[in-house]
Write a protein that binds this ligand. Sequence first.
Ligand code: IPE
Ligand code: IPE
Ligand code: MG
Length: 236
Amino acid sequence: MHIAIIMDGNGRWAARRGFPRTAGHRQGAEAVNAVVEAAARKGVDILSLYAFSAANWNRPPDEVGALFTLLRRYLLNQTQRCLEQSIRINVIGRRDRLDSKLRQVIQHSECTTAHCTGMLLRIAVDYSSQYSLIEAARSIQLQGNAALDNFTAHLAAVDHSTAPAPSVDLLIRTGGEKRLSDFLLFECAYAELYFTECYWPDFDAHAFDAALQEFARRDRRFGQVASPALAGASHG
Ligand code: IPE
Ligand code: IPE
Ligand code: MG
């Protein structure tokens, strides 16, 4: 099972309390731990977290700086904890626009947990799905049409993803907006979408459970007809 989360609402969480937006991001970073642990406990195979979108570069420089400080701190502080839980870390997205020190921290977290066989934790940083799709197409064009058979491998290479574009089963977005904001557009083709008003800093293991329960009630058909049991149930 692959769950993707658009962790949104940090700024509004802070504004509601009269705090600066960065306080919301700090609190949001705290929420990540609880959800990562809850997902690992539930046996989720892959958890993809949207931490920083390519469009987020357009925010004020001090906010961007604060987000990257939190990301670096998260990786430095949590890599050991992930190792203990056999969680493998993979940062997806562009790397060429990241600070070289952060790139080193990312490499360290990925190498340290590379052998872990538990949950795969993917953290999307400087990520844009449209950019990834275009770059994957470009790399296929360079290699000739035969490479098209391996589209997901090209996409994974562009994204620095260790898994070849795994399909998302459940996409959760906190913060009340009902949009994908350029996250995993290809991978979410048949994802169940779950939107909650809850701001990300308030999202906890209990809220995560509620999303899983809702997911369990969904009838995923993948273009086929409903299973007889479910069709019968809908008439009962
Ligand atoms: C999500 O919270 C964090 C990032 C996008 C990095 P926001 O900062 O978008 O919070 P809102 O949407 O303004 O409340
Ligand atoms: C999406 O949230 C990006 C992340 C959560 C990292 P945004 O707050 O940036 O998205 P929009 O601007 O509401 O679409
Ligand atoms: Mg937002």
